[in-house]
Design a protein around this ligand. Sequence first.
Ligand code: HEM
Length: 178
Amino acid sequence: MGNKYSDQPVETGTNTPAVARPTHKAEGLSEREQKAIRISWKKISSELKINGRDFFVKFFEFYPVYIDYFPAFRGKSIEDLCRSRLVQAHGISVMYSFTTLVENLNDPGFFNKFMVRNMRAHEGRGVALQQYEEIFDVLILFLEEKLGARFDEFTRAANERTWEHFARNGRREHRATD
Ligand code: HEM
């Protein structure tokens, strides 16, 4: 099983998460934390096409089991997916969603609403909290890889809190509105 420190692919996404969870609770982000996230995200969103594809390829490298969740990707190898325009298109649409979230960091209401909607849209696809946690763990590794030294400890901690919050809060809100 891969983790934050060894960047090894994992065989399945059904057991232990790839990365240790941050232990702190996500509460409101300070102005400084929001700024750090926005700055780190600016670099990623300036190359949405490439980053969207690279992010999804990385996610599938860690969790090949999820390739089959996508009807159009079923049976494809990682090499095929690297070349696929569909992976690029899907990656762009997910990156847009992340960008919208980053633009609304100061609005918890938006954040929660978005997440509830997103979780609902994925319900019938076998995507639950575990998969969200996994995708956000991969997102942290991805940011680290793409941003290098710019992804300092402060920026990392702010990002971890945000994305962890995104998944957990979405589930709570989702339950509350059932
Ligand atoms: C916050 C994280 C995520 C965002 C923002 C997101 C966003 C999207 C969007 C915008 C779509 C296309 C619109 C739609 O059909 O609803 C989509 C489809 C889909 N997503 Fe996600 N997604 C996320 C997480 C995941 C995860 C973790 C998985 C699987 C492990 C997943 C699997 C799928 C599948 C299977 C589809 C349908 C693809 C198709 O039918 O071609 N998503 N997602």
